[in-house]
Design a binder for this molecule. Structure first.
Ligand code: IDP
Length: 166
């Protein structure tokens, strides 16, 4: 586990961050994204390389079934290896989403050129990264990618910041 210096000014929060197959295919982009995570004061709680079957992709993105991009998305997300991280820091969910930038790459390039999706995204579907968008989805998505990881246990045992909220 990599631990940057951490000031427990606020309670830590967990989020799920995923590097999608378009970025995993490029080692230099992977390296840059890993560096970006460390520089942004996230604790890397867990890391896993994996590849989805089509049905994993369908299940994870079930809320989008019926949307015009669903089939394309499902196919893309099961097309190659991914890297998943459980990240922790204050306001981890918002910080990772801010780092990623808007969903649509053309909008990211226009409005937030410093973001990951603006810099490395290829298309609206092949947009480099995923990040949970709420505490509820973070817990659900962490369980999806890391079924062996016990969130409550980790918060209680490993991180005093979770307990005290200081
Ligand atoms: P998010 O990943 O920024 O949270 P969601 O709306 O949850 O955005 O969409 C999930 C994923 O579906 C996106 O990351 C992207 O890969 C794909 N997607 C979303 N909207 C579009 C679109 O309009 N065209 C093509 N792909 C899309």
């Amino acid at each position: 586990m990599v631990r940057p210096t951490l000031h427990c000014a606020k309670a830590l929060q967990l989020t799920l961050a995923v590097i999608k197959p378009d970025a995993v295919a490029h080692p230099l982009i992977m390296k840059a994204l890993h560096q970006r995570i460390l520089e942004s004061n996230f604790i890397i709680v867990r890391r896993k390389d994996l590849k989805w079957r089509r049905q994993d992709s369908e299940r994870f993105y079930a809320e989008h079934s019926g949307r015009f991009f669903y089939q394309r998305l499902v196919e893309f997300m099961s097309s190659g290896p991914m890297r998943a991280y459980i990240l922790a820091r204050e306001d981890a969910i918002a910080h990772w989403r801010e780092l990623m930038g808007p969903t649509k790459v053309y909008r990211a390039r226009y409005t937030s050129p410093d973001t990951i999706r603006a810099q490395y995204g290829l298309t609206d579907t092949r947009n480099t990264t995923h990040g949970s968008d709420s505490v509820e989805s973070a817990h659900r998505e962490i369980a999806f990618f890391f079924p062996e990881f016990q969130i409550e246990d980790w918060m209680k045992k490993e991180e005093p910041c979770f307990r005290t909220g200081q």
